[in-house]
Design a protein around this ligand. Structure first.
Ligand code: GCO
Ligand code: MG
Length: 437
C-alpha cells in the first residue's frame, strides 16, 4: 500500500502537491546545470612579439580565476579591432551568461546593424573563441572534446619553403622533408615574386606612389613558377606534396594558364588563384584543369563563398577563422564543406595569433573533412607571451591538451611588444597600377 502511495504520490508530485516531491526527489547536479557564471569584462590585448600585430580578447568572469582567451587578429588594422572590443563589445557583454555561445554570437553579430566586415568579425571572433575556452575550462575538457572529439591523432601541417632561386627553394624543401613534413608550400621570393624582380619599375622612375610600395612583374612571376616546380620535383622527388600560393597577384586568365602548366607536377593544391572580387572565374578554371584549388583567406562572410562551395568550385576552404567571427561560424563552414567534400585548410601564418592557431587545431582534430593545416613555428618571445603555443613534430601540429583551448597569455610580457600601424599591402605593376592581393 505504502509503495503504491509513494508511486502515485510521486506522480501526484509531478502533477500535484510539492510536499510529495520534497520528500522523495533530489535533482542530480548534472541536471541542475552548473551555477551560472556571468561575464565581468571583455578587453583587448594587442601585442607583436614577432613584429606581426596580434589582437587577443580576454573575457573575465564572475567566477574567480576563470577567464577565456580568443583570437581577434586583423593584423593590418589591429587598433580598429581593439576599439571595437574595448569600446563596444565590453558594454554589450558584461553581465551576460558565459554559457550561451550561439546566442551571444548571433546577438553580437547583429548588434551593430551593419555587419560582416573584417573589424567587427575579428572582435566577435575574439569573444566567441574566449567563450569556447571558458566552456572547456568549466567542463574540464579540451575544446575539441566539446566539438565532438578527435577524428585523427594530430593535425597534418604544411611548412613554408622560400628562396630567391628554384635551387634555394628546393634546398629548403629538403630540410622540411628531413623534419618529417609531407607537405611543403613553395614560393620564390615574396608573393608574386615581390622583392626578387631585377628591373626597376617605371612607376618608381616616375616617382609615382610611395617608396615602400611593392612591385610584382607578373610576366616574370608567371615564367618562374613552373621552373620552380620543375627544379623542386627533380631534386626532391615525386612524393613530397607541393603547394603554392598565387595570392591573387595575376590576371585571372593568366592564373588559369599557369595552373594548367603546373598539372604535370601534381600540386597538392594551388591557393587563391583569384581575388574575392573575381569569384566568377572559378567556373572557367574548373572547366580547364583538375588541379586541386584552395580559396578563402580573404573571405569575411558566408555569402561570399557558400554557393561556390555548393557548386564544388574549389577543394579546400582557407578561411582566416577570426575573419568570419570565430569557432562557431568556422564549425558551420566545415560542416557545410563535408556535404560537398570540401576540406578545411585554415589560414595559419604568423598573423594568426597563437590562440588562433590553437583554435584552428581544435577544429582540425574534430571535423571529419579536415584537409591540411598551415603551420607557423613560434619564436621564444612568442612562446613567452603565450604559454601553451602549438608545437610541431614529424609534420604534425599538436595543441596543448589542457582544458579549454589550452593556451594562456602573459600580459606583462605582451606589453613589451606594442603593435604598429604599418601595412605592406600596396603592390603595383610596372606602370604603377595597383594589383589586388
Ligand atoms: C598565407 C597568406 C598570408 C597573408 C598574410 C596577410 O597563405 O599564409 O597568404 O601570408 O599574406 O596573412 O597578412
Ligand atoms: Mg595565402
Amino acid at each position: 500500500m505504502k509503495m503504491i502511495t509513494a508511486g502515485s504520490a510521486g506522480l501526484l508530485g509531478l502533477f500535484g502537491s510539492p510536499m510529495a516531491r520534497a520528500e522523495t526527489h533530489v535533482t542530480p547536479s548534472y541536471l541542475t546545470g552548473m551555477a551560472p557564471v556571468k561575464i565581468k569584462s571583455v578587453k583587448a590585448i594587442a601585442t607583436a612579439p614577432e613584429g606581426a600585430n596580434l589582437v587577443i580578447v580576454k573575457v573575465e568572469t564572475t567566477e574567480p580565476g576563470l577567464y577565456g582567451l580568443g583570437c581577434a587578429t586583423f593584423t593590418q588594422r589591429a587598433l580598429a579591432v581593439v576599439t571595437a572590443i574595448d569600446s563596444y563589445l565590453n558594454d554589450f557583454c558584461v553581465g551576460k551568461d558565459v554559457d550561451n555561445i550561439e546566442d551571444m554570437w548571433q546577438s553580437a553579430y547583429v548588434s551593430s546593424y551593419w555587419r560582416n566586415g573584417p573589424v567587427l568579425n575579428n572582435a566577435l571572433s575574439g569573444l566567441d573563441q574566449a567563450l569556447w575556452d571558458i566552456k572547456g575550462k568549466r567542463a574540464n575538457m579540451p575544446v575539441y572534446q566539446l566539438l565532438g572529439g578527435k577524428c585523427r591523432i594530430a593535425v597534418d601541417s604544411y611548412a613554408h619553403a622560400g628562396g630567391s632561386t628554384p635551387e634555394a627553394v628546393a634546398d629548403n624543401v629538403q630540410k622540411f622533408m628531413d623534419q618529417g613534413f609531407r607537405h611543403v608550400r613553395i614560393q620564390q621570393g615574396g608573393y608574386g615574386g615581390v622583392g626578387t624582380m631585377e628591373v626597376k619599375p617605371d612607376f618608381v622612375e616616375a616617382g609615382f606612389g610611395k617608396a615602400s610600395d611593392s612591385f610584382s612583374d607578373q610576366h616574370t612571376y608567371l615564367k618562374r613558377v613552373p621552373k620552380m616546380f620543375e627544379v623542386v620535383r627533380q631534386r626532391c622527388g615525386e612524393d613530397i606534396q607541393l603547394l603554392h600560393d598565387i595570392h591573387e597577384l595575376v590576371e585571372p586568365m593568366d592564373a588559369i594558364n599557369l595552373i594548367k602548366q603546373l598539372e604535370q607536377y601534381h600540386p597538392f593544391f594551388i591557393e587563391d588563384p583569384f581575388s574575392p572580387e573575381n569569384m566568377k572565374w572559378f567556373k572557367h578554371l574548373r572547366a580547364n584543369t583538375t588541379v586541386p584549388i584552395a580559396m578563402g583567406e580573404l573571405f569575411n562572410n558566408i555569402n561570399e563563398f557558400r554557393d561556390y562551395m555548393v557548386d564544388q568550385l574549389f577543394d579546400y576552404i582557407r578561411i582566416h577563422i577570426s575573419e568570419i567571427g570565430g569557432i562557431t561560424p568556422a564549425m558551420k563552414v566545415a560542416r557545410l564543406g563535408e556535404w560537398f567534400n570540401i576540406k578545411t585548410a585554415w589560414h595559419g601564418p604568423g598573423d594568426t595569433s597563437p590562440v588562433g592557431h590553437a583554435a584552428n587545431g581544435h577544429i582540425d582534430l574534430a571535423v571529419w573533412n579536415f584537409g591540411i593545416q598551415e603551420s607557423h613555428f613560434w619564436s621564444a618571445k612568442a612562446q613567452e607571451v603565450f604559454p601553451g603555443c602549438t608545437t610541431y613534430k614529424n609534420g604534425y601540429m599538436y595543441i596543448n591538451e589542457g582544458p579549454g583551448l589550452g593556451i594562456d597569455i602573459n600580459e606583462k610580457e605582451a606589453a613589451k611588444y606594442p603593435v604598429g600601424t604599418r601595412s605592406r599591402w600596396t603592390v603595383r605593376k610596372k606602370d604603377g597600377t595597383i594589383i589586388r592581393p
